[in-house]
Design a protein around this ligand. Structure first.
Ligand code: ADP
Ligand code: MG
Length: 624
C-alpha cells in the first residue's frame, strides 16, 4: 500500500502560511514597511492602487540586499535576523519569522529591486505565485523597492474576502499612521493612485510627529504623559477628560515600538478614564510601552499584533497610573476675570499668561477640604420636592466628607486672595474666582472668566460634585434611609439579574432591595443622599441598565466599576436638573464647590461640565 501522507510542497506550505500573515493589502504594507524600518531606512514611500487590491509598492532607502540575499529573502524561512533560537527572546527588530516576503510572494506577483551602497549594480527578483521567474542584475538606487501585484490571483477564495478599495485603503492608512507615530525620525509618504494621502517629513520628536499625524488642533487637545511602574515604562499622549471618540480604534498602543492590540492595555486605559467617558465613547490615546527584556512574548500571533505579557499586572498598573496622572494634571480651572482696576488676584504668572482663557479645572482642588454641610444645601432647589425630612440627617451624615485620602497640604495651596505667596506654586486658577453673572436658558450658569465667558451645565456640575463626594465617602458603606413604605417595582428578567448580581454593591451604596414575588423587587431603603421623593422606579431601571453595561473585568475591578456606576447614578438622580431655577448665591456655591473635587471637567457620565466662549470667538463673531 502506498503512503498516504505527503509532505506539502514548499509552495503550498507558503500559501497556507500566507493565509495567516497576509490577510489583506494592509498586511502586505505592514510587513514591507517593517522590513524597511529594520533595514534602517530614513525615507519610506508607499504607493497603492485601488486600496492595494491592484498593487502595493513600498520603496525605502535602507541598506538593500546582495543579489543572493534578494533571492533568498523571497524563500520560506529566509531571514537574516535570526541565527539562534535564543534570538527569539529579543524583540529589537520587527520581524524575525523569515516568512513574510515568502508568504507575500507565494500569493502574488512580487518584484524586488534592490541595491546595497557597496554594490555597483542592483538586483531584480521576480516571483510569480511562489515560483522564481527572474533574477537579473538591474540598475537601482540604494535601498529596496518591493512591488506586489495580482494579489491572491492564485487563491481566488481569499480575493473574495477583500473589501472595497475605500475600506482597504482605510486599513492601510491607519496602519501607516501608526508606524509613522512610532518613527518620527523616518519620513513617510503615502500615495493612493495619483493622490498623495499624506507626507510626513522626518522630525525630531514624537510630539512633532503627533501633530503631523493628528493635526495641530487634535494634538493640542492631548495631554503628554509618562511614567514607570514595576519596570514598565509608559509615555505618550492622552485626550483630556471631556473629549471622546466614537471608536475604540482611537486607542493606539505600542510595545517595544511595535503596534500592539491588547486587552490588558485597553482595559487599563478605559479604567483610567472611568467616570470621565460617556458610555460607548472612547478616549484618544497614543501610548508607547517599554517592558523589561523577556517581559513580553510577541510570537503568540502570526502578525504579532497580539502579545502576551509576563507581568500583566505591572503593565496594567503602569498604564492606569500614567494615564490617571496625566488626566489629573490636565485638569485646570478656567481663569478668573481681571478684577476691575487691579492686577489679577488669581493665577500664578505662568498660568495667567499662558493659554489666556479657560481650559479646564483646578487640580489643586483635590487637596482642598470640602465645604461645610450647609454648603451643599444652599444650592439645593428649594421647594421642588426637596422635603426636609429624611434629607437633613442624610446631609449631616454624608457627602461632605473631605477627600480624606488627600489632606490639604501644609503649605497653603489654597491660593485665596489674601495669601500672597511669592513662590511660583502659590496660585492656581479656581472656580470660585469666576464671576457668576446669572442663570441662562433655565439650566446654565453664565460666568465671566479671565478672557471670555464660561457656561456651566448646572446639572452636570452638581452631578460631578455629588459623585466625587459620594465616592470619597464610599470607602465605608454609604448611609441609607428607610422608606416609610417600601416601593415595589416590576422589572424585566435581565434588570433583575443585574441587580441580584450586584446585591453587595447595591447594599454598600445604600440600597436595600429584596425580591418581591415574580419579576418584582421591593426597595426598602435608598441612599441617604437621595431625596425621599426620588422616582425609584426610574432609578432602579437606570441602575440595572448601568450595571449591565459595567463590563466584565476581574472580580475586584468589576466590583469597583459597579460601585462607581451606582454612585454615578445616585449622584445624577439627586442633582439639580436643567430647568431648576437657581439663585445667584446657589450658583456661586455650586461653582465654588467645583474647586473641592477632582476631575471637575466632566460629569460622571463623561459629559463636559462647562463650555467656554473665548473673547476671541466673540470678537470674531461680531467681526471686531
Ligand atoms: P523577516 O523580516 O522576518 O526576517 P521577511 O520575509 O520579512 O522576514 O524578510 C526576509 C529577509 O529579507 C530579512 O531578514 C532581510 O534580511 C531581507 N529584507 C526584506 N526586506 C528588506 C528591505 N526592505 N531591505 C533590506 N533587506 C530586506
Ligand atoms: Mg519582515
Amino acid at each position: 500500500m502506498s503512503d498516504e501522507i505527503q509532505v506539502l510542497s514548499a509552495v503550498v506550505a507558503d500559501r497556507i502560511a500566507a493565509g495567516e500573515v497576509i490577510e489583506r493589502p494592509a498586511s502586505i504594507v505592514k510587513e514591507l514597511v517593517e522590513n524597511a524600518l529594520d533595514a534602517g531606512a530614513s525615507e519610506i514611500e508607499v504607493a497603492v492602487e485601488a486600496g492595494g487590491r491592484d498593487g502595493v509598492v513600498v520603496r525605502d532607502n535602507g541598506r538593500g540586499m546582495s543579489p543572493g540575499d534578494a533571492e533568498r529573502a523571497c524563500l520560506r524561512h529566509a531571514t537574516s535576523k535570526l541565527r539562534e533560537i535564543e534570538d527569539l527572546e529579543g524583540i529589537g527588530s520587527f520581524g524575525f519569522r523569515g516568512e513574510a516576503l515568502a508568504s507575500i510572494a507565494s500569493v502574488s506577483e512580487t518584484t524586488v529591486l534592490t541595491r546595497r551602497s557597496s554594490d555597483d549594480a542592483g538586483t531584480r527578483v521576480r516571483i510569480v505565485q511562489g515560483e522564481v521567474a527572474e533574477v537579473v542584475p538591474a540598475g537601482a538606487p540604494v535601498g529596496t523597492q518591493v512591488e506586489v501585484r495580482a494579489l491572491f490571483a492564485s487563491v481566488p477564495a481569499r480575493r473574495k474576502f477583500l473589501r472595497t478599495p475605500q475600506t482597504e485603503l482605510g486599513h492601510i492608512s491607519d496602519w501607516l499612521q501608526r508606524a509613522a507615530l512610532a518613527h518620527p525620525e523616518v519620513a513617510f509618504v503615502f500615495r493612493h493612485g495619483a493622490r498623495e494621502v499624506f507626507r510626513h517629513p522626518a522630525v525630531r520628536d514624537a510630539g512633532e510627529r503627533l501633530r503631523q499625524v493628528q493635526g495641530a488642533a487634535r494634538a493640542g487637545e492631548m495631554l503628554a504623559c509618562s511614567g514607570e511602574f514595576g519596570g514598565v515604562r509608559v509615555h505618550g499622549w492622552v485626550s483630556r477628560a471631556g473629549v471622546s471618540y466614537a471608536q475604540s480604534k482611537s486607542i493606539l498602543t505600542w510595545v517595544g515600538g511595535r503596534v500592539v492590540r491588547d486587552r490588558v492595555l485597553t482595559r487599563a486605559v478605559l479604567d483610567a478614564y472611568r467616570a470621565l467617558m460617556p458610555q460607548g465613547r472612547y478616549p484618544a490615546v497614543v501610548l508607547f510601552l517599554d517592558v523589561p527584556a523577556g517581559g513580553v512574548d510577541v510570537n503568540v500571533h502570526p502578525t504579532k499584533i497580539e502579545v502576551r505579557f509576563a507581568d500583566g499586572d505591572a503593565v496594567y498598573g503602569a498604564v492606569l497610573r500614567t494615564v490617571r496622572a496625566a488626566l489629573d494634571d490636565g485638569v485646570r480651572a478656567p481663569e478668573a476675570p481681571e478684577p476691575r482696576g487691579g492686577a489679577s488676584l488669581v493665577g500664578n504668572s505662568a498660568a495667567a499668561g499662558g493659554e489666556g482663557t479657560i481650559a479646564a479645572l483646578a487640580r489643586y482642588a483635590e487637596r482642598r477640604p470640602a465645604p461645610s454641610a450647609e454648603g451643599e444645601r444652599v444650592y439645593r432647589v428649594r421647594g421642588a420636592g426637596s422635603s426636609a425630612q429624611g434629607h437633613v440627617p442624610a446631609q449631616a451624615a454624608m457627602g461632605f466628607t473631605p477627600m480624606a485620602s488627600q489632606p490639604p497640604p501644609a503649605h497653603g495651596h489654597e491660593c485665596s486672595g489674601e495669601e500672597e505667596h511669592s513662590g511660583f506654586a502659590a496660585r492656581v486658577p479656581r472656580f470660585a474666582d469666576l464671576r457668576v453673572i446669572g442663570q441662562a436658558l433655565n439650566g446654565y450658569i453664565v460666568c465671566e472668566g479671565r478672557d471670555g465667558l464660561v457656561l456651566i451645565d448646572q446639572h452636570a456640575a452638581h452631578e460631578r460634585v455629588r459623585f466625587e463626594r459620594l465616592r470619597a465617602a464610599a470607602a465605608e458603606e454609604l448611609p441609607s434611609q428607610q422608606l416609610l413604605v417600601p416601593a415595589v417595582v416590576a422589572l424585566d428578567a435581565t434588570a433583575l439579574a443585574a441587580l441580584r448580581e450586584n446585591a453587595e454593591e447595591m447594599q454598600a451604596t445604600g440600597f436595600e432591595v429584596e425580591s418581591f414575588g415574580k419579576g418584582k423587587v421591593a426597595l426598602r431603603a435608598i441612599p441617604a443622599s437621595l431625596d425621599v421623593s426620588t422616582d425609584v422606579e426610574t432609578l432602579l431601571a437606570d441602575l440595572a441598565r448601568d450595571l449591565l453595561g459595567a463590563g466584565r473585568a476581574g472580580a475586584a475591578e468589576r466590583r469597583r466599576a459597579a460601585r462607581d456606576t451606582l454612585i454615578a447614578r445616585v449622584a445624577c438622580h439627586g442633582a439639580v436638573r436643567i430647568g431648576d431655577p437657581l439663585q445667584l448665591e446657589e450658583m456661586q456655591r455650586l461653582v465654588a464647590d467645583l474647586d473641592t473635587i477632582p476631575f471637575a471637567a466632566t460629569c460622571p457620565h463623561g459629559r463636559p461640565v462647562l463650555s467656554e466662549l473665548p473673547r476671541s470667538e466673540i470678537e470674531r463673531r461680531v467681526l471686531r
